[in-house]
Design a protein around this ligand. Structure first.
Ligand code: NG6
Ligand code: CA
Length: 516
């Protein structure tokens, strides 16, 4: 206990004296901390107990918050998966490469040679792994799923990978271990097409009678395990995953990796498939909430968190392990499948007090549940620092005394002291990407860049088909989050100078990056 307090004091002093929150020489003698990033898919700010969830209990996540720092204004970079993950791993916003939600056969988005977070950590001596959903593209544009798929995680810095290649609602529905399909029978090769129907598996459009959940027109191709997916897939019968076992499979792999790495510093990017669609929680969790599959999938996430924490505790490496829990984008209800997510919400608000959700330009698109736990080094509490996931790169580099080179992670700023809670100030500005436009936060001001709805197909799709408040309008929108957390009152006309200032700042950032 005393040792732990001394450690916290030491970390605080080192952060305070180093001019820019730079290197902790401290680690020269101490062991570098392990880093576990628990990255949930589509989990909303209000979906965890500690942030006010009412219809689902998340005891393990709440415990993590009780023993760590709970952030109330921490953001993913985007309101969808691919650009959020791209920014997290490269320290560069997705809009710079116009990244969008990728199809299941899309080529690798992070090109070999690009500086990445795992490569930076490898320079500091870390063993690195990604386990879970990838959705960052694989291969070079013409994937043969029957041989090792490259480039992929190993080409961008992961020593070990165990992947769901895209999303649960896209084919191929198979795991890849170190970039090769697990359990592939060479006599039953896999083929995938996003253009035409291939093979004998029925498609949802033709056989709605075979479906567990009714699906929208995009989720109406290959039926696997009673669920119609996006894309057509033939072959690979022995390799198909079992949706109800995905979290167990990922967690077993994570346990193995943690155990076999306990003597090295390691980085584990644990990328959940939950609570993305199709939501098919294991029977162990069915009925744990009255919210249906979406709520039960949150219980399943909470269970995984407990398992990972127990593994770390069991190995006696708790005080040397940073656990960062967060999500890639805001919440969504029926996202293609009628899985009753809309019903039985009661007083539960997936977006918490914020407006919008996944895809949206409003706050709930990117304001993520975020908890950092590092026993003995980080004082438990609540932080309202304006934090962005894009800064994890430069912040961890600073923690480990790795100097970033010119052109590396150009949007990533060292906000380590805010991550570790020795300061409650992180960013003056952050950018939030949605599917149709960019927003900028300057302290508590929020500005949404006007967008021509009619010209943007995805924006139309979100607002019309999904019924999600996108916030995409042809007019400037300015909100004062101090008096108007829920972004209800557009004050752009009252503060034309603020609007101009925000527009200018966005242009500046677009042209040069945050760190220049
Ligand atoms: C969309 C899918 C949606 C989801 C999303 C990706 C349709 C109509 N919807 O294109 O179901 O898969 O992509 O979600 O096709 S994300 O969290 O990975 O960004
Ligand atoms: Ca997501």
């Amino acid at each position: 206990m005393l040792l732990a307090s001394l450690r916290i004091l030491l970390v605080s002093i080192l952060l305070a004296v180093s001019a820019h929150g730079d290197a902790l020489a401290y680690f020269a003698e101490e062991k570098k901390p392990n880093i576990i990033l628990l990255y949930v898919d589509d989990l909303g700010f209000g979906d965890i107990g500690v942030n006010g969830a009412t219809a689902v209990k998340t005891p393990n996540i709440d415990q993590l918050a009780a023993e760590g720092l709970n952030f109330t204004d921490a953001h993913s970079t985007a309101a969808t998966c691919t650009p959020s993950r791209y920014a997290l791993l490269t320290g560069e916003y997705g809009f710079r490469i116009e990244s969008d939600i990728l199809e299941g056969d899309a080529p690798a988005l992070i090109k070999p040679g690009k500086p990445t977070l795992p490569l930076m950590l490898k320079k500091a001596g870390y063993k690195t792994a990604v386990i879970g959903k990838w959705h960052l593209g694989l291969g070079d544009g013409n994937i043969d799923w029957n041989i090792a798929v490259t480039p992929g995680p190993s080409e961008v810095g992961f020593d070990y990978s165990f992947l769901m290649p895209v999303t649960g609602d896209r084919v191929p529905t198979v795991y890849l271990e170190n970039q090769s399909v697990v359990n592939l029978d060479p006599a039953d090769p896999i083929e995938v097409s996003y253009i035409k129907k291939i093979g004998d598996r029925p498609h949802g459009l033709d056989r709605p009678d075979l479906l567990r959940y009714a699906a929208d027109p995009q989720h109406n191709e290959t039926i696997i395990n009673g669920v119609a997916r996006i894309g057509s897939m033939s072959g690979g019968e022995a390799a198909l995953w079992d949706d109800e076992k995905i979290p167990f499979v990922f967690t077993d792999k994570a346990r193995d990796f943690i155990k076999s790495s306990a003597d090295d510093p390691f980085f584990l990017f644990y990328s959940f498939h939950d609570i993305h669609v199709p939501r098919m929680p294991n029977e162990k969790f069915i009925g744990m909430t009255e919210m249906g599959p979406r709520g039960d999938a949150i219980s399943q996430v909470d269970w995984v968190v407990g398992e990972i924490v127990d593994t770390v505790r069991g190995l006696g490496i708790e005080e040397n392990t940073i656990i960062l829990f967060t999500s890639d984008n805001g919440p969504v209800l029926d996202d293609g499948y009628a899985d009753h997510a809309v019903l039985s919400l009661g007083s539960h608000r997936p977006s918490g007090p914020y407006r919008g959700g996944k895809y949206s330009a409003f706050e709930a698109g990117t304001r993520m549940p975020t908890i950092l736990r590092w026993p003995g080094s980080v004082v438990p509490g609540v932080s309202d620092a304006l934090l962005s996931q894009v800064d994890l790169y430069a912040s961890l580099a600073s923690l480990l005394d790795i100097k970033l080179v010119a052109g590396e992670a150009i949007d990533s700023i060292n906000t380590l002291s805010a991550y570790l809670g020795t300061s409650y100030h992180a960013r003056d500005f952050i950018i939030e990407e949605s599917v149709a436009t960019l927003s900028i936060r300057a302290g508590n001001w929020k500005y949404i860049v006007p967008t021509e709805k009619a010209r943007n197909i995805r924006a139309q799709w979100v607002e019309k088909d999904k019924g999600i408040e996108g916030g995409f309008t042809p007019n400037s929108q300015l909100y004062d989050l101090i008096s108007d957390k829920g972004e209800q009152k557009n004050v752009a006309e009252l503060y034309p100078e603020k609007v101009m200032e925000m527009q200018k700042k966005i242009t500046e950032i677009r042209n040069s990056g945050f760190r220049n």
